[in-house]
Design a protein around this ligand. Structure first.
Ligand code: BEZ
Ligand code: FE
Length: 285
């Protein structure tokens, strides 16, 4: 029998978890044991600290439900979500980069036509976002579905409110020439939810808990890799301190103020509006 010592416990635990029958599970669990032990050794983890961590994890689970994912938020603010995206979505340099999905995407958004208004009745400055979806070689991609969602002017997503109808989210399909056009309201920067365990940790630091103004996109079309990304407003506050590390230079777009008059959907606005243009470039599957 091999007695447990402070020196051999890491090896004993890793060997035990190496009995996992699936090779990938074995690799993940043995590496997890080694890294957890190395962490505890490096910081000389105390029993009080261990208990505080257990209580924090318990609270993180308890506040989570089908609408609130505090563990994903934890991964986001630690930079883990963006690291995983970047390792797994290594697109061509010319393709639009991928970012985090975030916790507020809702499946089954209503389908709107070219220029359709996904902000219907939600107060804000009208924003028209338009452009072309292309392949890496420049070919326009028709039939691509853009699933779009964003927060309102108070920083709330639909899933954070008690509403019965789809709010600030919709799906648009590109025309044969790859063009899309959507109408919404100009987004604003907002705070991530700070009333849970993640907020408790962030308040102990100098970390800004804000995200810069952005609109979320999930693009899907046969023959190309799905693209989860955001567009950010050029010059917005928090661009260089995004709490979830989601900002990338290629995704920063000018939001140009426009006087009342013709809009990109062929209509006319009788109030001042904002225009942004962006061409998405998809990575072939
Ligand atoms: C978001 O932009 O919706 C988001 C992403 C990650 C964490 C919190 C919010
Ligand atoms: Fe967001």
């Amino acid at each position: 029998m091999e007695l447990v010592t402070e020196d051999n416990i890491t090896e004993l635990a890793a060997r035990r978890w190496a009995t996992a029958r699936d090779p990938r599970t074995r690799e993940l669990l043995t590496a997890l044991v080694r890294h957890l032990h190395a962490f505890a050794r490096e910081v000389r983890l105390t029993e009080d600290e261990w208990m505080a961590a257990i209580q924090w994890l318990t609270a993180t689970g308890q506040i989570s439900d089908e609408k609130r994912e505090e563990f994903i938020l934890t991964s986001d603010v630690l930079g883990l979500s963006m690291l995983v995206v970047q390792m797994n979505r290594r697109f061509d340099e010319a393709a639009t980069p991928a970012t985090v999905l975030g916790p507020f995407h809702i499946d089954g958004s209503p389908e709107l036509a070219f220029g359709g208004d996904m902000s219907d009745g939600v107060p804000g400055i009208p924003l028209y976002l338009s452009g072309i979806v292309r392949s890496l070689d420049g070919t326009p991609v028709g039939g691509a579905v853009l699933d779009v969602w964003q927060a309102d002017a108070d920083g709330n997503y639909e899933s954070q409110l008690e509403v019965d109808e789809a709010r600030l989210r919709a799906k648009y399909t590109t025309r044969a020439d790859g063009s899309y056009c959507l109408r919404t309201i100009a987004p604003k920067g907002y705070s991530i939810p700070m009333d849970g365990p993640v907020g408790d940790l962030i308040r102990q630091t100098e970390i800004s808990h804000f995200r810069p103004a952005h609109v979320h996109f999930l693009l899907n079309v046969d023959g190309y890799q799905p693209l989860i990304t955001h567009l950010f407003e050029q010059g917005a506050q928090y661009l260089d301190s995004d709490v979830v590390f989601g900002t990338k230079e290629e995704l920063v777009v000018a939001f140009e103020p426009r006087e009342p008059g013709p809009t990109p959907d062929g209509g006319v606005s009788d109030v001042p509006w904002v225009e942004a243009r962006y061409d998405f470039v998809l990575q072939p599957a």
